[in-house]
Write a protein that binds this ligand. Structure first.
Ligand code: C2E
Ligand code: MG
Ligand code: MG
Ligand code: MG
Length: 282
């Protein structure tokens, strides 16, 4: 290794680089152990429409580490993607989401909810992704129209022909698609028009400074009218204040998700919250 790597091998003796590699290796073996020991959970964050009606939820992965408590996906998804561990983890996420949807179907309070699941690029690009998901849907006997996949712009556009074909196949059985973190990538209008999407999800960075930052307000208005003109529903993530919600409603945003309504909650907490009588102050 050192011989063939030649001059580049020097970087392995850089202590800072070595520390990073050690941390990654530890993370990788911890992630493997987490999978084997059932340390992953899905939390659920509500999505509401402009009338405040509950329309669905997003499933967000949590790693319950024995010593360190909950670890955010932002900290481990990148390593999971680099090491390929995202494939078994992503399968676990979809399988768990199907089990959850099946339970929701049996309860009138949750039967109409859609469940949005994040799918990473590497996972969606697997040649057997469509077959695997169709198989899950039929094994769990869920209604596929309740399932929505969130893909980012780069996932879709890195391999646009293959991705679009898979999206069409899954749309045929009723699965919906949302483009996550919209506005942070590089979608061209030409692509957007051709993609079989149902929803655009405005990235939370634009929502955050909506009231103070005139540029973000302009971007958000533009995204909403773009979505509306393309026949897509538009959802905003990271809605934390009533002022943000009011702005979004005034500009015809269709749905909302954020701490203003609820944080992501474990399934029992999620169920308890939606069964509470609605309060009028949100
Ligand atoms: P995302 O899909 O864009 O999810 C939204 C993130 O914003 C979540 O962070 C959520 O907890 C957070 N959030 C929701 N409302 C608010 C708010 O009002 N204010 C603020 N500041 N944040 C809010 P989380 O759960 O840490 O997830 C981070 C990212 O990790 C997700 O971003 C998604 O890209 C990825 N991720 C989460 N679960 C999965 C999964 O099952 N599979 C894959 N491949 N990626 C996942
Ligand atoms: Mg998402
Ligand atoms: Mg997002
Ligand atoms: Mg995000």
């Amino acid at each position: 290794e050192a011989k063939t790597a030649g001059r580049n091998a020097v970087r392995f003796f850089d202590p800072a680089m070595q520390a990073i590699l050690v941390v990654r290796m530890l993370m990788e073996s911890n992630l493997r152990a987490a999978l084997a020991n059932n340390q992953f959970q899905l939390h659920y964050q509500v999505q509401v429409n402009a009338d405040g009606k509950l329309i669905g939820a997003e499933a967000l992965l949590r790693w319950k580490h024995s010593d360190r408590g909950f670890i955010s996906p932002a900290d481990f998804i990148p390593v999971a993607e680099e090491t390929g561990l995202i494939l078994p983890i992503g399968k676990w996420v979809l399988e768990t989401a199907c089990v959850q949807l099946k339970k929701w179907e049996a309860d009138p309070d949750t039967a109409d909810l859609t469940l949005a699941v994040n799918v990473s690029a590497k996972q969606f690009q697997q040649h057997d992704f469509v077959d695997t998901l169709c198989d899950m849907v039929s094994r769990h006997q869920i209604n596929p129209t309740r399932l929505k996949l969130e893909l980012t712009e780069s996932t879709i556009l890195d391999n646009v022909d293959a991705t679009t074909e898979k999206m069409h196949l899954l749309r045929k059985i009723g699965i919906a698609f949302s483009m996550d973190d919209f506005g942070t990538g590089y979608s061209s209008l030409a692509y957007l028009q051709r993609l079989p999407l149902n929803q655009l999800k405005i990235d939370q960075s634009f929502v955050r400074d909506l009231s103070e930052d005139e540029n973000n307000a302009t971007i958000v208005r533009a995204i909403i009218s773009l979505g509306v003109n393309l026949g897509l529903n538009v959802i905003a993530e990271g809605v934390e204040t009533k002022a943000q919600r009011a702005f979004l409603i005034a500009h015809n945003c269709y749905a909302f998700q954020g701490y203003l309504f609820s944080r992501p909650l474990p399934q029992e907490g999620f169920l308890a919250m939606i069964k509470e009588p609605p309060s009028n102050d949100a």
